[in-house]
Design a protein around this ligand. Structure first.
Ligand code: ATP
Ligand code: MG
Length: 396
């Protein structure tokens, strides 16, 4: 069956009171942005608590639904048939045609749910429900009414200038439109966790920038490309991501040479956080995001997380903090980052990792070890910032 348009429902935005238009405008622009990547031309309009996407040319329904399902803020996507408001007798005919085309097996239970925005329609909603239900029953003998658990909930909406008929509701991504909740800097590695952490934060409306620390020649171009690819996948949901690639080799080497090896990971992580925070401040981000989860590895025990966190004055969001690995994997499969994340390229943390990393680091001990870097760290940090390469990662 060919649909000309989609009715877009959104949930939480409707609760935003006087700021509601800000959220609606953001959603509208995100929908338009997503549809730029579809074949065809579309008009997106706002209309009393919902939006419509109308195809102005031919389009591939599955492609459009797939793109809309990546727009945070949308709760339901309903493919609708829009018919003229030209009398109730005609409406009966449109409804019968719709039922036959949309549910050709013609063997199901149903309920009619009519709504009227145009309140001066000659029949009220209850009368419409009853009369349309009756004509469906009379026309299709194997169709039955079930008002409690219908297989098909047939919705008929009388709007100001036309009538919508639909019975299908496809789940959207939920969340809030990206850009309505500030911006955060994601520490994006090539692993499974950080892309998921970025996606989850974006889902709450937060714009995402990202930073990746690489360590050439110990980490390869392919490892870097993998991170770029991951950023592009996340960008399908968030829109453009500015990915900062920082050369971390010399800092890592200095830590390796001067600090106790069992503390390497924690110290390294602290320098990553310091650099990320400066980049975040410079680019208007209000928080950092990592993929850390309590107890997942030695550097993510509670004492290790506390040591890492101690260098940050900015809030650090760790959306995965209480997630099991399998839950994280499930999300990464759903958002399509998993296959890329498991590609076997080296990560800077795995190359310089100690055999027996300290699992209960003490902040005073770590800080003392870091003092061994005093003579060298300033120019190394300056050089790291100097190395900043910004890659704009966009959908596809
Ligand atoms: P991930 O799957 O996200 O790599 P992980 O389980 O491998 O996480 P760690 O390697 O301990 O965990 O990293 C913890 C967090 O630190 C990551 O989720 C990420 O946010 C950040 N991080 C680690 N390595 C890098 C890197 N090379 N560049 C940027 N951020 C990194
Ligand atoms: Mg990792």
């Amino acid at each position: 069956m060919k649909f000309q348009s989609f009715l877009i429902k959104y949930g939480e935005i409707a609760l935003k009171g006087s700021n509601r238009h800000i959220f609606e405008d953001a959603l509208l622009s995100k929908i338009k942005y997503a549809l730029k990547h579809a074949d065809g031309e579309f008009e997106v309009t706002k209309s009393v608590g919902r939006m419509y996407v109308e195809g102005l040319t031919d389009f591939d329904s599955d492609e459009v639904v797939g793109l809309l399902q990546k727009v945070f803020g949308i709760t339901k996507i309903c493919p609708v048939i829009r018919v003229p408001d030209d009398g109730f007798e005609n409406l009966k005919g449109y409804v019968l045609d719709y039922v036959k085309n949309a549910h050709p097996e013609l063997n199901f239970t149903f309920k009619v749910d009519c709504r009227r925005t145009r309140k001066n329609y000659p029949l009220d909603s209850q009368e419409m429900n009853a009369l349309l239900g009756e004509v469906i029953l009379d026309t299709y003998p194997n169709v039955r009414v079930d008002v409690h658990h219908p297989d098909v909930l047939l919705r008929v909406e009388v709007r100001e200038h036309f009538i919508n008929i639909y019975s299908q509701e496809i789940d959207g991504a939920y969340g809030m439109p990206v850009g309505t909740a500030g911006k955060a800097m994601l520490l994006l590695s090539g692993g499974i966790d950080s892309p998921v952490a970025g996606w989850m934060t974006a889902k709450r409306g937060v714009n995402i920038d990202a930073v990746y620390f690489h360590a050439p020649p110990y980490t390869s171009e392919r490892a870097k490309q993998k991170v770029v690819d991951l950023a592009k996948i996340i960008a399908r949901y968030t829109g453009k991501i500015h990915l900062h690639v920082i050369n971390f080799t010399d800092i890592q080497m200095a830590i390796y040479e001067k600090c106790p090896h069992d503390e390497l990971t924690v110290i390294m992580r602290r320098y990553m956080m310091k650099i990320a925070q400066k980049l975040a401040e410079d680019s208007g981000c209000q928080a950092l995001v990592t993929g850390e989860s309590i107890g997942q590895v030695a550097s993510q025990t509670m004492p290790a997380l506390c040591c890492t966190n101690a260098v940050c004055t900015m809030p650090v969001f760790r959306p995965l903090i209480a997630f099991d690995k399998q839950d994280i994997v499930d999300i990464s499969l759903k958002i399509d980052t998993y296959e890329t994340s498991i590609l076997p390229y080296e990560d800077c943390c795995t190359i310089f990792v100690a055999k027996h990393p300290v699992t209960h680091p003490r902040l005073d001990v770590i800080e003392k070890s870091e003092r061994k870097l005093d003579d060298v760290i300033e120019p190394l940090m300056a050089a790291a910032f100097e190395s900043d390469e910004v890659i704009v990662c966009e959908q596809y």
